[in-house]
Design a protein around this ligand. Structure first.
Ligand SMILES: [Zn+2]
Length: 202
């Protein structure tokens, strides 16, 4: 709490004149169109002649390769960063109006004060990420980000088993850890009823 409070007061003192920052979260399961929604918002800002920057976490190369394929190169122009501090160093609030962060669930909790600091200094921060991991549990910093956000959009995929709106990502391979191992081919979207937490379905 103290850490966040410090960031808050710092942000207010340095607030940009005439611009209001905010935090928007686009969350949901895999195949729910989170990245597409993030890119749609970024494109609209760009059309309004606002300066935008798009970031994504630097995970491993295998993951990056898979990701580019799975999104058909749509976010190939996202800047890979290892930490939230790198975003703070690159996105100067006096120049950049909109900051987009894709796959934000892979950052640690330190991304939260970074997002808050940018928003307090007048930046519109749009974060897209998985709200639940393959066990159906809250993913990394997502609960905190959703809590501090002005706007939260929860998207749904279509359940591959029954066709209902899907809110969970079913892992199909027996692997441990939250990392996106195996890429989107190792997952499918499922609803609450059809989801089997962290277990390979028979
Ligand atoms: Zn279902």
């Amino acid at each position: 709490m103290t850490q966040h409070g410090e960031h808050l007061s710092f942000g207010m003192k340095a607030s940009s004149v005439g611009r209001r920052g905010c935090v928007e979260i686009v969350c949901g399961s895999m195949f729910s169109g989170k990245t597409e929604e993030l890119l749609r918002r970024m494109k609209r800002a760009r059309l309004a002649k606002l300066k935008v920057m798009l970031f994504k976490p630097r995970v491993d190369d295998r993951y990056d390769e898979v990701k580019v394929v799975s999104h058909e190169g749509l976010n190939a122009d996202a800047i890979p960063v290892a930490s939230g501090e790198e975003i703070l160093a690159l996105a100067r609030p006096d120049e950049i109006a909109v900051v987009g962060i894709d796959e934000v669930q892979f950052f640690d909790q330190a991304i939260v004060p970074v997002v808050e600091s940018l928003a307090n200094r007048g930046v519109r921060v749009i974060c897209a990420g998985l709200d639940q991991d393959y066990r159906g549990l809250p993913f990394g910093p997502m609960p905190s980000l959703m809590c501090i956000a002005e706007f939260v959009t929860k998207l749904h995929a279509v359940c591959t088993q029954c066709g209902a709106p899907a809110c969970r990502s079913q892992r199909l391979l027996a692997t441990e850890g939250q990392l996106f191992v195996g890429g989107s081919a190792a997952y499918e979207a499922r609803c609450r009823q059809c989801f089997v937490a962290g277990v390979i379905p028979s």
